[in-house]
Design a protein around this ligand. Structure first.
Ligand code: BMP
Length: 274
């Protein structure tokens, strides 16, 4: 079972460069924490990333939230990624026809494919969304996550939809490295002949918090222990649980990131020790 192997061992079995780099980074830095930085001012955005970078394997962005965006923010972000040794995940949630997502991924104001090691897509358009994104991302050695499930109350991403998402990933294993999901997906909805022990989808999981059960808009939180040990997920995504309601409280943000890193890593050690 893949979820019992170490991140480092799993890195050796992956083929996509972004997946390999992520797993190696997790092993090297001993962290499975991805910090989600959803703040409107680029100054706060960059200061938070500088503070949490040492504790993170991955920084998740929504660059369309930045009200003062210009491309120099990306240059700073790339410098921080090198300084602190983390990968970048723009949480763009592409969901359009192949031709449109190609243009959105490569170009526009944000030029996501140029700097984001990993991005994601909703499977709702069908395989053409993956084909379109792969045509841009594969030559740049990028990886894609499909949204197989969501953390929100009342999500429609379940049952046959989730199974179809996993099947879509199986058919594009060079580019689709795993899922945004709430549990392990190896073997889910697999046709006969697929050995679930041979599948090794990365599971990157939002909706993680230690203090709150949710927010006022349908978000639902679980603990690192529930996510990593009980559900077999690989990376915990934490946003407001770390930067809270004050993006300027850098010392507090740093100590919270350290706490989530420790919780996530000890849950992982529990898991791989069986
Ligand atoms: P927070 O930890 O502050 O609730 O933030 C969660 C982050 O993860 C947000 O950026 C949100 O867009 C993203 N997210 C989520 O919460 N649930 C999902 O199912 C998919 C997401 O991308």
């Amino acid at each position: 079972n893949m979820h019992l192997k170490s991140y480092g061992e799993r890195a050796k079995q992956q083929t996509n460069p972004a997946a390999i780099q992520l797993l190696q980074t997790m092993e090297r830095k001993k962290t499975n924490l991805c910090v989600s930085v959803d703040t409107p001012k680029s100054e706060d955005f960059l200061a938070i990333i500088d503070a949490v970078g040492p504790y993170s394997c991955l920084i998740k962005t929504h660059v369309d939230i930045l009200e003062d965006f210009d491309y120099s923010v990306i240059e700073r972000l790339e410098e921080l990624s090198k300084k602190h040794d983390f990968l970048i995940f723009e949480d763009r949630k592409f969901a359009d026809i192949g031709n449109t997502v190609t243009l959105q991924y490569a170009g526009g104001v944000h030029k996501i494919a140029k700097w984001s090691h990993i991005t994601n897509a909703h499977p709702v358009p069908g395989p053409s969304v993956v084909q379109g994104l792969a045509s841009v991302g594969l030559p740049l050695r990028r990886g894609l996550l499909l949204l197989a499930e969501m953390s929100t109350k009342g999500t429609l991403a379940n049952g046959a939809y989730t199974e179809a998402a996993v099947q879509m990933a199986r058919q594009n294993r060079d580019f689709v490295i795993g899922f945004i999901a709430q549990r392990r997906m190896d073997g889910v909805g697999a046709p006969p002949g697929v050995d679930s022990d041979d599948e090794d989808f990365l599971i990157i999981t939002p909706g993680v918090g230690l203090e709150q059960k949710g927010d006022k808009m349908g978000q639902q939180y679980r603990t690192p222990q529930q996510v990593i040990v009980e559900s077999g997920c690989d990376v915990i995504i934490v946003g407001r649980g770390i930067y809270g309601d004050n993006p300027k409280a850098v010392d507090l943000i740093t100590s919270r990131a350290e706490r989530y890193m420790k919780e996530g890593w000890s849950a992982y050690l529990d898991r791989i020790s069986g």
